[in-house]
Design a protein. Structure first.
Length: 301
C-alpha cells in the first residue's frame, strides 16, 4: 500500500471507535491508499476478513498481497449487494472516510484541483458518463445556483450560476483553465477559497456524493451484527448532519427536540460519539486536510 497516496485522517480515533474483533469481518467503504485498511488488518487474525470498496480504479494499485482482503471496485452505495455476492450477510464493522484522497487532488488529469491545467472532469469512477464539464454545459441556471449554494456554500451562488449560463454559449468549457476564466469576473473574496468551494460543489454533484452516502447509511443497520460498529469521517457540514441524524433517529430529517411530544422509535443504532471527534493539534500540524474532518461512531443494538 502506498503511504504517500493519502494520509488517513483521525487514524487512531477511528481504530479505537471500531473496536476491532480479531476474527471479525470488516468493510472499508473508501479504500483509497489503504491507510485505514492497514490499521484494521493489523488487528485481524488469520480468520478475519476485510472487504475494501473503491470506485476509483487508481486505488487498485494499493491492494495489499493479503488473502484476507477482498477488493470490490464499486461505489459503496452498492454495499449490501456486493457483500451478498460474496455470501456475507453481516459484518462486525463498517468504515467510510468521505474525503477526496490526496492522490486524486494531486493528479492533474483528474480535474479535482484548481492548481492544474487539466480537463474539467472530477469523476471518481471514470466509467460513469457525466463529468464536471458536462454539468457546466447543460445544467439550468436554477440547478447550478442550488448546487453551488448547497454544496459549496458559495456566497454569490446566484450570480455565479447566471455568469456560467450567459457565457457558456460563447466560450468553450472543457478544461479547468477555461472554466476559471469563464467565472473570473464574479469571483469574490479570496480567489483560492472561492474556487475551492466551487470545485467542491461540482465534485459532490458529479459523483452524487450525497445520494451515495444516504443509500449506504440506509444499508448499515442491515449489514451490521449486533454490537458491530460503524465509523464515518465527514468533511462537509451536509454530510455530517446526514450522519448525525441517521445515527440518532434512523432518518435524515431534522426533528426538533420537543419534550411535550415523546417520539417512540425503535433504536437500531446507539450513538457512541455524543459529539463528533476532530483532529488534535499534532495531526492538524502534520496534515492540514484533517482540519474539517469529523468522526462519528455508532453501534448496532
Amino acid at each position: 500500500m502506498k503511504s504517500d497516496y493519502h494520509i488517513p485522517v483521525l487514524y487512531h480515533e477511528t481504530m479505537e471507535g471500531l473496536r476491532i474483533n480479531p476474527e471479525g469481518i470488516y468493510v472499508d467503504c473508501t479504500f483509497g491508499g489503504g491507510g485505514h485498511s492497514r490499521g484494521i488488518l493489523e488487528q485481524l487474525n488469520e480468520n478475519g476478513k476485510l472487504f475494501a470498496f473503491d470506485q476509483d480504479a487508481d486505488a487498485q494499485r494499493n491492494i495489499p498481497n493479503d488473502e484476507r482482503v477482498v477488493f470490490v471496485p464499486q461505489n459503496f452505495r452498492h454495499l449490501q449487494r456486493f457483500l451478498r455476492l460474496h455470501k456475507v450477510t453481516a459484518v462486525d464493522g463498517v468504515l467510510a472516510d468521505l474525503g477526496v484522497s490526496s492522490h486524486q487532488f494531486d493528479e492533474g488529469d483528474r480535474g479535482f484541483s484548481t492548481r492544474f491545467a487539466g480537463p474539467l472532469d472530477m469523476r471518481m469512477d471514470r466509467r460513469q458518463q457525466i463529468s464536471a464539464a458536462d454539468i457546466i454545459r447543460t445544467y439550468t441556471e436554477q440547478r447550478l445556483h442550488k448546487l453551488f449554494e448547497q454544496y459549496g456554500e458559495v456566497s454569490n451562488a446566484k450570480t455565479l450560476a447566471r455568469q456560467i449560463v450567459q457565457q457558456r454559449n460563447h466560450l468553450h468549457v472543457a478544461t479547468i483553465e477555461q472554466f476559471k476564466s469563464l467565472i473570473a469576473p464574479v469571483v469574490k473574496g479570496n480567489p483560492n477559497k472561492y474556487l475551492a468551494q466551487v470545485f467542491q460543489a461540482l465534485r459532490m454533484e458529479v459523483n452524487d456524493e450525497m445520494g451515495a452516502l444516504q443509500e449506504m447509511l440506509q444499508q448499515v443497520p442491515a449489514v451490521l451484527k449486533p454490537g458491530g460498529r460503524v465509523a464515518i469521517i465527514t468533511f462537509h457540514s451536509i454530510e455530517d448532519r446526514m450522519v448525525k441524524n441517521f445515527f440518532r433517529q434512523g432518518s435524515f430529517d431534522e426533528t426538533p427536540d420537543n419534550p411535550l411530544l415523546p417520539v417512540v422509535k425503535e433504536e437500531v443504532l446507539k450513538v457512541i460519539t455524543k459529539k463528533p471527534i476532530t483532529a488534535n493539534d499534532e495531526e492538524l500540524k502534520r496534515n492540514s486536510r484533517s482540519r474539517s474532518a469529523k468522526l462519528r461512531v455508532a453501534e448496532r443494538v
